[in-house]
Design a protein around this ligand. Sequence first.
Ligand SMILES: Nc1ncnc2c1ncn2[C@@H]1O[C@H](COP(=O)(O)OP(=O)(O)OP(=O)(O)O)[C@@H](O)[C@H]1O
Ligand SMILES: [Mg+2]
Length: 324
Amino acid sequence: MTIAIHESALIRHFNTRKETLRAWEEKIGCRFSPFRGFKMPDSRLYIEHPDFLDSIVDLVLTNERHIFIRGPVGSGKSTLMLLALRDLPTLMDRRGNRFVAGYVGMTGLYEKQMAAAIADSLRVKYRRSWETSQIIDAISVECVRRYIEEKCRTALFIEDVADNQEAAFHKIRYLADLPTEEMKDSYGTALDEPIVTLIMSGTMEYWNAMLNYLPQIADRTEPLDVPPLDNAKAKEFIARRVAYAQGKIDTFDKDNIDVYPFAEEAVRCINGAAKGNPRDIRMLARGCEQVAAEDFRRTGDPTVTQKIAELVADAYAVILKEVH
Ligand SMILES: Nc1ncnc2c1ncn2[C@@H]1O[C@H](COP(=O)(O)OP(=O)(O)OP(=O)(O)O)[C@@H](O)[C@H]1O
Ligand SMILES: [Mg+2]
């Protein structure tokens, strides 16, 4: 049997484009596109906001308020959460408490799914047949036990918190308010401070919704805005990704950044259009890669010029507006 394979115009176009990109990547010494999306954040690609991370950690350590990491889509909320999550188990608060941390990254959860996700993330055992309230009880009992017996507070990271069902939210609130009055009565001074800290994320719209619908939590929560990348950081963002794709990230010199093949003005233009939003910077840089690759095929010069950046920024202006 023979199968005739006709290369369609679309596939031909696709392959040509792939080859064009490949040639450009090869020219600048990259093994793959520097601007592709990576599933897990690699800390070597991360542009630090040390003050911001400090302020999150300080708030957790002082144990006075919950935290809402606030920012537009793609501003880096999840990335920050994962970093804070990673650092927390190495820290100790003023009273000598350590931390057990859990992370709920799924959204759109009903109350039982939320309860189960929290239990899983904190490694609390429960039965599938249990009601939501039984699962939540098991979690709170374990949080109390960890606090009293192991001197461990609980930090619970919940992504895009307002994207969950409202009923799920009320379960979260119960945990946020621990210890209960009865617990305080029975344990006395052994249990005289909050034992669960929530670190939530979401956009400004969701924060406002929370203020309106759940003032009980919002009143005790500190909103922290994810800072946008300034031009120097945007440059580092692009340069790190190029170095990563070149296999040179481990010798990256933060104090001596070469942003080749991007022109400095191109970086400024990209960052202006992206308003310092890392996801948008990545999208625009990828667009620039495509145009630069076409130019490279014709002229032999791989530079991402200011002109290319302006062209791409204009083309993406509409898309970026729709995304936000
Ligand atoms: N400080 C940073 N340094 C380097 N890359 C970053 C930084 N912050 C975010 N990114 C990258 O930008 C992209 C978006 O980040 P992230 O998913 O954390 O944003 P988000 O605010 O959680 O978005 P969403 O609202 O869609 O959940 C990811 O590819 C991430 O790796
Ligand atoms: Mg996110």
